[in-house]
Ligand binder design. Sequence first.
Ligand code: NAP
Ligand code: HSE
Length: 431
Amino acid sequence: MGKIKIAVLGLGTVGTGVVKGINRHKQKLEVSLGKEIEIRKVLVRNAQKKRDVDLSPGSLTTFIDDVYIEPDLDAVIEVMGGVHPTYSYVKEFLSKGIHVITANKALIALYGPELTRLARDNGAQLLYEASVGAAIPVIHTLKHCMRVNEISKISGILNGTTNYILTQMLERNCSYESILKEAQALGYAEADPSSDVEGFDAANKLTILCRLCFGDSPLPGEIKREGITNITNEELQLVNKLGYKIKLIATAEQVNGKLLTDISPTLLPLEHPLSSVDDVLNAVSITADLAGELTFIGKGAGELPTASAILEDLYSILQFPMETWNPSYHRKIELLHDVGLETAWFLHFNSTLSDNAQDLAQLTYLLNRQQLLVNQTTQVSIDTDLISNGLIIESSTPQTIELLKRQFSRVVTARKIEGNVKVHEHAIFSS
Ligand code: NAP
Ligand code: HSE
């Protein structure tokens, strides 16, 4: 039986999952590919670290040159993360015509088109299914099953760490910090978790999706982005009492021929299909002219779900090594900058029991002055003397909301209105 020789760059959460996945399905892979899969080299930073998987003797290395000189590699699986030195490693393999599979959204968001061209010019493939939504086969779907449809919108929950944090903060009322630590221990978070919680990771993923859906994309840094670090336990409880959940929603939508992109915490009505997409689950919804709305849900991070996408890419490359993929079209897309579109907003402020009625009266006065309509209100007790008030304001611009917040702090000097989480467009108000 011939051999398929592969190298794995990185043996952390995902690399370990890849080795486990290959071991678990070795026989099945070998029978259907007709060759034995051999992991020739595994690149790590620290050779002394205890590993969760057994490797063949001599395969672990800390030197990239050991991988470069390995003869006859069929494919390299890049799961070490980061843009540098990964970019130069990936370029080196693709230049030699060696297929590369990567889970690295930061790399693909920045260099995907260039690396794809390099792969094509050298008769290799660059596949990156694991880079968006981990186990969800959304990239394959967009590349191969949505070539004729005109896609007008793509949106969803693109980060498992933040979705896990928001879910657990609400369900267990534990602190943000303690749940972030759990997400790290579960292997969901990026090496630098600020990438998750500040929305950078979702921006990388949205960039990759935009290229596939619209033929072009803003760079991750051009996407309007807000993370979840300001979301508090009280906020989650208040919105839940009002019939909503807060989710970090990423959206890219064509509006009058321009692309509007946004990543921000958003109130979803409890009856909205994405509001039950909890914990590490991700969801991607595609709106297309022929197909209508398609929604994919699945595990968006973690060892085996991510390895699943990588191993399906590996199988596809080994079965169809000559396949090339060309985008249906390239086009330069103009960005629509959100200059403050009107939407509904959730706001809240804390008050002592004795002052609460007066504070609410002041707020009502200011709301009336700005002609702002309040749709819903609720309260939760924080302790014996402190109340948190939550309210949803119908249709207003962010500028008006900022003005209201400033005026409130001037009138009620001891208090501050917190938050300005926008409400999802699908929320239907009864008033
Ligand atoms: P990780 O647990 O931090 O593992 C990174 C691995 O790469 C470690 O084994 C590390 O070596 C090695 N490494 C890092 N820098 C290196 C360098 N310069 N030279 C040699 N080895 C290096 O990361 P991960 O969570 O597996 O994520 C890997 C990639 O997959 C990232 O691009 C991430 O964004 C992406 N991804 C992750 C998930 C997930 O759920 N975790 C899901 C989808 C995509 P040591 O072990 O010696 O430190
Ligand atoms: N840190 C990422 C997440 C890993 O939590 O979604 C999967 O891309």
